[in-house]
Design a protein around this ligand. Structure first.
Ligand code: SF4
Length: 248
């Protein structure tokens, strides 16, 4: 008999408690087994995304994964998307900025508006990342991310499983590797000989858009390489683009 798929309304406080006690791999399996195509891995092909995609591929021939193509990603990231698709035989769905919103933004402020001030950077992130990401979330009920507690003050508070509000709907957000350290992520990748974005060999801690994400210097905290020019201002802590900041 065909298994009944769950709905977001079926998730009780007890379910959340149970999910928070699961291992990373158990959580990923639970998500796809219970929500099928209404669950998806959201990945920008960071190191944690590499691990999560691999874990999913160990149990499922096909599963949903999506990325936000801001049109300003590094060539190495596009290469990594292609390699991942080939390795796992999946198609990573690409959500992109709305063309007219992008054109209007560039016409008004230029391609490099993020240098002007914080508001323009946020506007650029909104058009290129946040809006396409909303469209991605509108297609699912379970969003699987690669966030880790040790990445920033903001991410320290995040849990493995929680219900969030998105566009007036509830979504189950799963962060299977939330308690992992960067060392354990690397260990997993090396042990399993997984392909990864080569920019991580160039001291990147997180890889995003060209110019806006840069390698870390020795001793710098994670995410210091994002929007590096703002480090000179007293805004050091604000290192989220809006995708993970707005709905917790
Ligand atoms: S990271 Fe930079 S280029 Fe990418 S969307 Fe944000 S401001 Fe724009």
């Amino acid at each position: 008999m065909k298994k009944r798929m769950m709905k977001i309304g079926d998730i009780s406080k007890d379910t959340i408690k149970r999910l928070n006690a699961m291992s990373a791999e158990e959580l990923i399996v639970w998500a796809f087994e219970n929500f099928g195509e209404r669950a998806a891995i959201g990945t920008s092909l960071q190191l944690t995304g590499t691990v999560i995609l691999h874990m999913a591929s160990r149990h499922f021939k096909t599963f949903r994964a999506f990325t936000i193509d801001t049109h300003r990603l590094y060539p190495e990231t596009y290469d990594m998307i292609r390699k991942t698709e080939e390795r796992y035989g999946i198609k990573i769905e690409k959500f992109m900025p709305d063309e007219s919103a992008l054109k209007s933004m560039i016409d008004r402020f230029g391609e490099y508006l993020f240098f002007i001030d914080r508001a323009k950077q946020e506007y650029c992130c909104y058009v290129r990342k946040v809006e396409p990401h909303r469209h991605a979330l509108a297609t699912l009920e379970v969003w699987i991310t690669g966030l880790r507690n040790d990445q920033s003050e903001h991410r320290k508070k995040m849990k493995k499983a929680s219900i969030i509000e998105e566009g007036g709907r509830k979504i189950l957000k799963l962060n299977p590797l939330i308690e992992w350290t960067i060392q354990s992520v690397w260990k997993y990748i090396k042990e399993k000989k997984l392909p990864y974005n080569v920019l991580f060999d160039w001291d990147f801690d997180s890889v995003g858009c060209v110019i806006c994400s840069t390698p870390l210097l020795k001793g710098e905290p994670p995410r210091a390489g994002r929007w590096r020019w703002f480090n000179l201002l007293k805004e050091k802590d604000k290192k989220e683009c809006g995708i993970h900041a707005s709905n917790e």
